[in-house]
Design a protein around this ligand. Structure first.
Ligand SMILES: N[C@@H](CCC(=O)N[C@@H](CS)C(=O)NCC(=O)O)C(=O)O
Length: 219
């Protein structure tokens, strides 16, 4: 059986889960307490990070490399456009969310509110900074979506999965103002209602119940 070692609120793991589900690849999900950095975990990924995919006897790491490998080996349904310039745009936006958005927002809100190591209080400076920065990102998404049906163009792509992965983790801890831009809310409603999103909406982190609207498709 294929296996994904993951942490449920990790946006990188969520992006891979969405891609696997969209491509109809079944995997057993194994929660990894990555912060404990067990020898077995480090043997699978010396970088000490999740996600780790074990598929057909191979171990794969790095979410973007995994998603692009899935796209190349299982081309349908397509999550990358054919045109090189549009492919560039998908990759640029994946990096936008996995680098800039992660450092400015996700890491400051999700991983402060859910103390995975089980100790300490959320850092109020980090929360304040993340809550302020998310507005800039939502405005940027609205600007993109005013011109396109999906973030990178007129088809749903990996860029939408990268963004939705971060926003869904933030939504779990109730940190997204969905009323800021109707166009962003409509985009999320579309992606949230896909069958690939189901297991993500069922996630439960022990000791941290999701926001009441988290799994609601009519939020
Ligand atoms: N570039 C990596 C980032 C993965 C990542 O940072 N995962 C976090 C969890 S959200 C992690 O495992 N952090 C452990 C660490 O940095 O020590 C990817 O896309 O897979």
């Amino acid at each position: 059986m294929n296996r994904l070692y993951h942490f449920s609120l990790s946006p990188f793991c969520r992006k891979v889960r969405l891609t696997l589900a969209e491509k109809k690849v079944e995997v057993e999900l194994v929660e990894e307490r990555y912060w404990e950095q067990s020898p077995e975990f480090l043997r699978r990924n010396p970088a000490g990070k999740v996600p780790i995919l074990r598929i057909d006897g191979r171990i794969m790491t790095e979410s973007q490399a995994i998603c692009e490998w899935l796209e190349e080996t299982i081309p349908r349904p397509a999550l990358m456009p054919a045109d090189p310039m549009q492919r560039y745009e998908v990759r640029r936006l994946c990096m936008w969310f996995d680098d800039k958005f992660y450092h400015e927002v996700t890491s400051k809100l999700v991983f402060e509110r859910v103390k995975i190591r089980g100790q300490g209080y959320p850092d109020s400076k980090a929360i304040k900074s993340g809550s302020s920065r998310i507005k800039y990102h939502l405005d940027y998404m609205a600007w993109l979506l005013d011109q396109r049906s999906w973030l990178a163009g007129d088809e749903m792509t990996l860029a939408d999965f990268a963004a939705a992965a971060h926003l869904s983790s933030l939504d779990y801890v109730s940190d997204v103002d969905w009323n800021r831009h109707a166009v962003v809310k409509d985009w999320y409603a579309k992606i949230k209602s896909r069958p690939a999103f189901r297991t993500i909406l069922a996630d439960q982190v022990p000791g941290h119940a999701p926001a009441h609207h988290y799994a609601d498709l009519d939020f």
